[in-house]
Design a protein around this ligand. Sequence first.
Ligand code: SAM
Length: 217
Amino acid sequence: MQADTYRHRGLRRTLVEELRRKGIRDERVLTAIGTVPRHLFFEAAFQPHAYQDKAFPIGEGQTISQPYTVAYQTELLQVRPGERVLEIGTGSGYQCCVLLELTTQVFSIEYNPVLFERTARRLAALHRPAHLFCGDGSLGLPQHAPFDKILVTAGSPALPRPLLRQLRVGGSLVIPVGDEQTQRMVRVVRESEEEFSRQVLEEFRFVPLLGQAGWNK
Ligand code: SAM
């Protein structure tokens, strides 16, 4: 495991100031980004770029999201200590560790078995106690539902019904929805057993959400 040096911490402070300038306001989210050593989630070749506000490849055709996107989605999620949070798309595990700075109850699912194995080893080495699963996250984790918050970090063609059903009343889902090129961030709140409200927000570009309630590939 690589070290987390004063230099890395300085780079994180600069990144946090950049995110603040770009409109991220939630101090808890900014503190989380300033705490999690993003370079430890990168392949060696990309490590020098870890504190740029950019997405980078993590292997298997997948990416670690841009820090602005991580901060934006986390801010929208409004995680409170003790809440149960489900992330779809573990990827490198970085977003999962940002969520762990906000609550102890983080569940995360990854579809790709190679990424799942690699990231499970990484989070164990970092002593980050997330509940990790390998499988089709578009179906959620019914055996662990309900969740207070659900975060999808891949672009979906529609709101996956299984995820809506696994939200507790009062809980919220943050998910990019659109075609395979661009998506709009959507925040859905479960107002009652049968009622959901939704806000459609900024445009983003994510890798596709695969699986039965995703692009079905
Ligand atoms: N949150 C990740 C991070 O911090 O590195 C970045 C996620 S990356 C943009 C999207 C991830 O979603 C990929 O790792 C991809 O394999 C995964 N994915 C796609 N479809 C999925 C599905 N149905 N269930 C679970 N994971 C899925």
